[in-house]
Design a protein around this ligand. Structure first.
Ligand code: SAM
Length: 236
């Protein structure tokens, strides 16, 4: 991904995430892997300082190497650390990105480091799954979602969730589909849930009629998606 002449060539997913980072932010990227996101933002003059936090030695070493190759060691601190242990108040971090891992793991990382979250203005999160569990954690811990976007990259769908300190009250549908995403009903959102709907409808016909419990569970999921997509739920 790193080309010495042109700098970092980010995936579409990471570019979309980068577009949410406020100009001039002091960024902590948790689970930074190759440090692509901080390096891209620094190389483009979007931010001046970042910490790339990584818990695993291999990805940590890749990050150290990439930061060194980009001659940005003075402006990116690569730290081998678990979650929010990567920063202290002295770092004056105001934005945290956590991307490309499961929503449950993200909630665990935030929970473990929540005493430090009062220092931070904004969280930019891109869970790969269990988005509802992450939204539930945010709601239960004094965060409000301020923006959301569903994006595609290599035929996969990803949700980006931006949160700040505040209160919100989310319904079950908000938790599963996203309060902004389900209101906006973007073409990408519709395509993602149409795909899920087709999978569930195919699964439903394969469930034996005798297994009423399994049938009802799948029918309930189908109805929930159809309601969000404003499709008729009459047959379910
Ligand atoms: N954030 C990058 C992205 O979105 O492309 C990398 C995603 S990679 C799939 C997930 C990274 O998170 C891995 O490098 C993993 O080692 C790291 N990770 C997982 N749990 C972590 C934790 N508790 N603290 C710091 N890093 C963690």
């Amino acid at each position: 991904m790193q080309d010495k002449k042109k700098g970092i060539n980010l995936s579409e997913r990471l570019q979309e995430i980068a577009s949410f980072v406020p100009k001039g932010a002091r960024l902590l990227d948790v689970g930074s892997d190759h440090a692509y996101l901080p390096l891209y933002l620094l190389e483009n003059g979007h931010i001046d300082y970042a910490i790339a936090g990584e818990v695993a030695k291999g990805p940590y070493s890749s990050a150290v190497e990439n930061v060194g190759q980009a001659s940005l060691s003075e402006r990116v601190d690569v730290r081998l650390a678990d979650g929010l242990a990567a920063f202290t108040a002295a770092d004056k971090i105001d934005v945290i990105t956590i991307c490309g891992m499961g929503g449950r793991l993200m909630a665990e990382i935030l929970e473990a480091g929540k005493a430090k979250l009062s220092l931070v203005k904004q969280l930019i999160l891109q869970p790969n799954n269990c988005e509802d569990e992450l939204r539930l954690w945010l709601m239960a811990n004094g965060f409000v979602i301020t923006a959301e976007k569903m994006v595609t990259d290599k035929q996969k769908y990803y949700e980006i969730i931006v949160a700040e300190q505040g209160q919100m009250n989310l319904s079950a549908a908000d938790l599963r589909f996203g309060p902004f995403l389900r209101q906006e009903l973007s073409a990408v959102f519709k395509a993602r849930w149409q795909k899920e709907l087709s999978k569930l409808e195919q699964a439903l016909v394969k469930i034996p009629e005798t297994n009423e419990e399994a049938q009802l569970a799948v029918k309930a999921k189908i109805s929930q998606i159809k309601e969000v997509l404003h499709e008729s739920t009459a047959s379910y």
